[in-house]
Design a protein around this ligand. Sequence first.
Ligand code: 5GP
Length: 192
Amino acid sequence: MKLLEDRIREEGTVKPGDVLKVDAFLNHQCDVALFDAMGEEWARLFEGTQIDKILTIEASGIGIACVAARHFGNVPVVFAKKAQSINLDGDQYSTSIYSFTKQKEFPVIVAKKFLNEGEHVLIIDDFLANGNALNGLLKICETAGVVVEGFGIAVEKGFQGGGDALRNRGYRVESLANVRTMDAETGSIEFN
Ligand code: 5GP
């Protein structure tokens, strides 16, 4: 999506450790008009696909998922919560996710009542790097027995392989910007 790629080129910064900072419009300050255009584009890409619910993960996924939901008939948005500890009371699906940016493992939970067997779910997130976050959400979806129709990703860092691993498993992954290379020293960013 040219609009997003241009914005990343203009305002994104490349940090050491393969981290792309886009906090001017996506991760801290939010450009809602851009989110709206992203939602419109995902709706175009997934046109004709049954989507009953959008699933994301806090925190940065929530804003883009909620704006996107407006383009999917106002379907509910459920976000996986990062928990302090896993409370095994039987009311929650839980899994553990390794965080690329924080470099540690953390538990995430979704209340069972918000994911119903047989529902068709679109998973949305801001970044796809190695795929740990999305694989955690997939595990929860598998346990819940929902149908994962695909993934809507704002920025995929293609060189980290998480997206292609999901595609090789047969999942539909629609990334609006897919970074082929980026360089912290020169600041250059190239897209697929
Ligand atoms: P993964 O689990 O696919 O390795 O990483 C995805 C998660 O890590 C995203 O939800 C995002 O929060 C964070 N992340 C990974 N790479 C980046 C990055 O380059 N920039 C930012 N801002 N977040 C990232």
